[in-house]
Design a binder for this molecule. Structure first.
Ligand code: ADP
Length: 169
């Protein structure tokens, strides 16, 4: 039997956007099993709790089932080092999304450090479709807080949760 390709797609997903969705759908075409790791990332001061963020990614996944090309995708919260979590899941590939040059510097450092920690895990970058490339969770939250229309950036259930959350703040 050939070796299973396992990918690990880590992120904060605060909240999951159509950009994230596009990346995990593309990643699913490349690996046999994909673990979406939702990082606790308290230093980023998330708007949603870890549990809420995991729920939203799972809901997003549920609506994408037909497009996963047989890839087994699971969503797991984690508060460990990304590389340790990838190892725990037996992943040989870390998947990251790449937007504009702004992402590059940080991602470049991250790959270098992760490679020092485990040279057997390869990081690959995927670009979202052009209509999603500029979407960032941080900006979606800002737009929601200022009563802007966020429906072309996130799915309807995520938009609803965001609007509920900003009403409370
Ligand atoms: P992190 O805190 O790890 O950056 P994010 O949830 O912001 O977590 O992003 C997770 C991953 O998804 C990162 O690799 C990020 O570059 C990627 N990503 C987020 N939005 C997009 C997008 N619109 N297009 C491509 N990649 C994206």
């Amino acid at each position: 039997m050939s070796k299973q390709r396992v990918g690990f797609y880590p992120g904060t997903f605060d909240p999951v956007t159509l950009g994230h969705r596009d990346i995990f759908l593309r990643a699913a075409q490349l690996v046999d099993r994909l673990v979406i790791g939702v990082a606790i990332n308290l230093n980023k001061g998330p708007m949603f709790t870890l549990e809420e963020r995991v729920d939203m990614v799972r809901e997003e996944l549920d609506t994408a089932k037909e497009n996963l090309n047989g890839c087994v995708v699971e969503v797991r919260p984690y508060d460990d080092l990304t590389i340790h979590c990838a190892q725990e899941h037996g992943a040989g590939i870390i998947i990251r999304g790449l937007r504009a040059v702004a992402d590059f510097e940080y991602e470049y450092q991250l790959v270098g450090m992760n490679r020092q920690l485990d040279a057997n895990i390869e990081t690959i970058f995927i670009m979202a479709n052009h209509e999603y490339q500029f979407i960032a969770s941080r900006l979606v939250k800002e737009i929601a807080q200022l009563n802007g229309d966020i429906r072309s950036f996130v799915s309807a259930p995520v938009a609803e949760r965001l609007l509920d959350r900003v009403k409370l703040t």
